[in-house]
Design a protein around this ligand. Structure first.
Ligand code: SF4
Ligand code: SF4
Length: 181
């Protein structure tokens, strides 16, 4: 791998906040892996949230048209705000099949073509990781996951665009079927 730009080296404090605070957008691929891993139907894994809960741009590719409203497909939470997969010990019960965005948090990786130009910390929420000289997060694995995330996001956004342009009057059930779930 080519030389990486300087990036913040951190050690996760395992506070569990990133599995509680943010709303986690997912793609058809994320959900398909979770279905396979948990045996649960898509309807038990995802919900469709309004823009009041998630500050993504109109052109983020996440907004799905349902008649006069728009929603984004996100992981379900418990009543107390925790992700449905967060255990009382603040671990992830679906770790092997966790969504791509969970695999790359708290890093943001920017590319210029194939070259990595910047690696920063995500600003979606405050991460309680501790700065340290070596870092405990495998940055090569993060980069590989970011690349996979980009590919899967692009494919999902194309499907959403297609749904919105020709098919946006269906139900949530119709949408899940449309994206192969
Ligand atoms: S799927 Fe796992 S890693 Fe992702 S938010 Fe839920 S508990 Fe956290
Ligand atoms: S990545 Fe950050 S927010 Fe998530 S558990 Fe680690 S320290 Fe907490």
């Amino acid at each position: 791998m080519s030389t990486l730009p300087k990036y913040p080296k951190i050690r996760c404090s395992r506070c569990g906040d990133c599995c509680m605070v943010p709303v986690v957008p997912v793609t058809h691929k994320d959900v398909a892996r979770l279905i396979k891993h948990t045996g649960l139907p898509a309807s038990a894994l995802v919900r469709f949230c309004p823009s009041s809960e998630m500050a993504y741009d109109d052109d983020s590719g996440l907004w799905i048209k349902f008649k006069s409203i728009r929603r984004a497909m996100v992981l379900r939470k418990r009543r107390d705000g925790r992700c449905i997969f967060q255990t009382p010990e603040k671990a992830c019960s679906a770790y092997e099949a966790r969504p791509q965005t969970c695999r790359t948090f708290p890093y943001n990786v920017d590319f210029d073509g194939k070259k990595i130009t910047e690696i920063t910390l995500n600003e979606v929420m405050k991460c309680n990781a501790v700065k340290c000289s070596k870092g405990s997060i495998d940055i090569d694995a993060v980069i590989a996951n970011v690349k996979k995330e980009y590919r899967e996001d692009n494919s999902y956004h194309k499907s959403v665009k297609q749904w919105n342009s020709s098919n946006g009057r269906g139900t949530v059930k119709d949408f899940l079927k449309f994206i192969g779930l």
